[in-house]
Design a protein around this ligand. Sequence first.
Ligand SMILES: [Zn+2]
Ligand SMILES: [Zn+2]
Length: 150
Amino acid sequence: MKPSKEKDSVMNIFISYLKRKGYRKTHERFAILDEIYSISGHFDVESLYEKMKNKKYAVSIATLYNTIELLLECGLIKKHQFGENTSRYEKSFKGGNHDHLICTACGEVVEFWNPAVKEIQEAATVSTGFEVNYHALYFYGLCPKCKSHK
Ligand SMILES: [Zn+2]
Ligand SMILES: [Zn+2]
């Protein structure tokens, strides 16, 4: 595992979560988290499984799903349903504050970031007294390529 500040913080969050919940700290779980945090962008469980298998990690698909559930629960990854059957995931520690545009014709997913979204979230927090942990915002339509083929 390549050392980095981000991975250290993420590992610590995961370790304290496992401790708090009384879950076992297994090598597989840490290897999966490490692998996920090496991926930039979105991934599905099948491709993550293939990737780890190619690296000779002996991780079962059941362990993958189980660990992904844990990572979702402690907020280290986000789950997306980009208008398709398979769920896709991405890391959500810092840099995860972007939203998505989804092409309903070809399935292309484009990320964008706009400070106004954070301002809306803050305004909602103030006016309702909520403590907001995350939000989901998706725009559906046609990507430039599909738009020109219409
Ligand atoms: Zn498209
Ligand atoms: Zn994304």
